[in-house]
Design a protein around this ligand. Structure first.
Ligand SMILES: Cc1cc2nc3c(=O)[nH]c(=O)nc-3n(C[C@H](O)[C@H](O)[C@H](O)COP(=O)(O)OP(=O)(O)OC[C@H]3O[C@@H](n4cnc5c(N)ncnc54)[C@H](O)[C@@H]3O)c2cc1C
Length: 305
């Protein structure tokens, strides 16, 4: 349980309308799953992000950072500590020439639309990734032969002491779903992208094409966290799961999607325990039938080891 002085310090720094006690994480994850966070805060400036980091450091409160919660499975018992949502209150986008700068809470959809409106190409790949720029930067989100690292030039981050740190493209050390910022626990507050001028009609056509491809293949009408497993070298997770006979396999309200076997969906009333058990069952079955280890891409928070 969080000490009362933490909540009062957060209210003083951010204002009472930015601090939510016992906030259900099911309202902040695309899985629609997760118990309450002790406190959830919504900063609306970089200075407020720094203040939250300093308060947590001084009070030894655990700090969790989220964007849209589209890559998270939060335990049914919830999260002890402070959840900081870098979301719609921290989502300014500016464009200067071919450079687009977005605060961490800007959604990928908003960034790709802003780029299109300015006749700038390069971020179309991310139009259907339902997360924020902060989330995309941390894990080098990617789709359809594009990845965040391809267009990112510079980041502004906040370190564990609440100080601003500038990170160049090379320092970010992006790899497949990996970054230096993730390793070092840096909080991304802003990203600058270098895009390329292109006819607006061509950019729009690409966004429409990628959107149609997603809608055709992915179970977008059901809550999920996207691809549940990382792509194993030389294989596709969805194909391995399908070949293991697990299409539609259920544990409680959690289900291997009928439409795309790489997705676990919340088919109605799923608990985090259901999803976690299903993930273990899939791993066991794929290992036993095909000798391949699947590793979750979805981050699991609040579970006992
Ligand atoms: C239907 C669907 C389709 C998807 N398709 C794709 C896809 O094609 N490609 C892909 O890569 N992913 C995909 N995903 C997964 C997910 O959308 C991405 O991983 C996305 O980048 C996560 O961003 P987020 O803002 O939701 O982060 P969250 O899920 O909120 O957080 C994920 C991680 O990022 C960290 N984080 C978030 N914001 C910050 C910040 N500002 N500073 C520091 N750390 C931060 C969190 O601490 C956490 O570790 C999909 C998900 C869904 C539901």
């Amino acid at each position: 349980m969080l000490a009362p002085n933490v909540t009062s310090a957060l209210k003083e720094a951010l204002g009472p309308d930015a601090v939510f006690e016992r906030e259900p994480m099911s309202a902040h994850t695309t899985f629609k799953i997760g118990g309450p966070a002790d406190v959830l805060v919504r900063p609306s400036s970089v200075a407020q992000v720094q203040a939250v980091v300093r308060i947590c450091r001084e009070t030894a409160a655990k700090l969790w950072v989220i964007g849209c919660g589209s890559d998270l499975l939060v335990a049914d018992a919830g999260l002890a500590g402070v959840v900081m949502e870098c979301g719609e209150r921290l989502a300014r986008i500016t464009v200067e020439g071919t450079r687009l700068t977005a605060q961490a809470g800007a959604t990928n959809a908003a960034v790709s639309e802003a780029a299109c409106a300015h006749g700038l190409s390069g971020y179309e790949f991310a139009c259907g990734i339902p997360g924020t720029v902060g989330g995309a930067a941390i894990m080098n989100a990617g789709a359809y032969e594009g990845a965040f690292a391809d267009v990112a030039r510079e980041l502004t981050c906040v370190d564990g002491d609440g100080n601003l740190v500038h990170v160049s493209h090379d320092e970010a050390d992006w790899g497949y779903r990996h970054s230096m910022m993730s390793d070092r626990g840096l909080i991304v507050v802003e990203a600058t992208l270098e895009l390329a001028p292109a006819p607006q009609a061509a950019i729009r056509a690409k966004i429409d094409d990628l959107t149609a491809r997603r809608e055709a293949k992915q179970p977008l009408d059901m809550p999920s966290a996207g691809s549940t497993f990382k792509r194993p070298e030389g294989y596709f997770a969805g194909k391995l799961i399908q070949d293991a006979g697990l299409r539609g396999y259920r544990v409680g309200g959690a289900q291997v999607s009928e439409k795309h076997t790489g997705f676990v969906v919340n088919a109605g009333g799923a608990t985090a325990a259901d999803v976690r058990q299903l993930i273990c069952d899939v791993q066991d079955r794929v290992r036993a039938t095909q000798g391949v280890d699947l590793h979750p891409e979805v981050r699991m928070w609040g579970f006992e080891a």
